[in-house]
Design a protein around this ligand. Sequence first.
Ligand code: PSV
Ligand code: MN
Length: 382
Amino acid sequence: MKAQLRRHRIETPSWAYGNSGTRFKVYAQAGVPRTPQEKIADAAKVHELTGVAPSIALHIPWDRVDDYPALARFATDHGIAVGAINPNVFQEDDYRLGSVCNPDPKIRRKAIDHLLECVDIGIRTGSSILSLWFADGTNYPGQDSIRARQDRLADALSEVYGQLPGDMRMLVEYKLFEPSFYTMDLPDWGTSFAHCVNLGPQAQVLVDTGHHAPGTNIEFIVAVLRRAGKLGGFHFNSRFYADDDLMVGAADPFQLFRIMHEIVAADALAPEAGVAFMLDQCHNIEAKVPAMIRSVLNVQEATAKALLVDQEALAAAQAAGDVLAANAVLMDAYNTDVRPLLAELRAEDGLDPDPIGAYRRSGYQEKIEAERVGGSAMGWGA
Ligand code: PSV
Ligand code: MN
């Protein structure tokens, strides 16, 4: 169990270290990064204290730099790597009616060119994942042809897929609603799955845990996608209502455990299984670096509990049709306090057993608040 936990990898997102908020207010916090390099430094701190967060996802143009190999070297020098590259085709006026599904071919071309630019950035940073999310959709019945938009989406994805190097995967993320309210062009896992199947083996579905209707059984989706070889990865976060982007494991730790149980049961935890465990969160009111540490620990705790499930006892109870015994096997694991075991694991690996306490004692927060003065803090729209 410890060996599996040691190999587990959780990726943090660059955008979570910047200022964020709701459409009502973005609250500025002291010490927030002003450059992609400062975001990398924060992500490296999270990895230094947890030992399981060795990469950072980038969002382009938020993390645009002149020299991407130099940025990747900067990350390596700080002990982490560049992870998924996320193109941004949702923040320009041109994209009011969509990006790759826009009725205007010139705007579609612009969006596809940006996706191709991100493939190139991935090559230059040593990334193996192009992570796609489209805000595309419509607000009113009749606004555009649902079928034509699917055709445009398929054409764009296939052009970009054709440019992927052999060792790069394209992950296609779906979202039920927002920013569009009538149709989203990729609203659910089935639509993403259908496009990925048509594209080929390098295209897989990305499950963002905040992108479903309330009550959706996400672990079922995970199990089905994994079985079909199409589970590319996660954007973990938690939600009470819609796409709240709160800390993973905060709203529903039991759901996170159920998801990780499906991962463990399908032998999909190890890095070579090819499932990317990424966070996609916004820390609007809480301090960002310790919130990210808390989130990584929450995923690690859910994973440890999933690893505790007695698979043999579970299989026996299931085969015998013993409903209560099977359920009890899962609940025994979920109700086990794994924190002492994880503290022991960290101590064995030379880490502080209490990463949050270690962060408080490290003086890092005071240091970034003192140093990161002047310039403009990164955040939404930056
Ligand atoms: C959209 O809601 C999303 O989940 C996508 O992954 C974006 O890249 C990310 O949030 C940041 O806006
Ligand atoms: Mn996401």
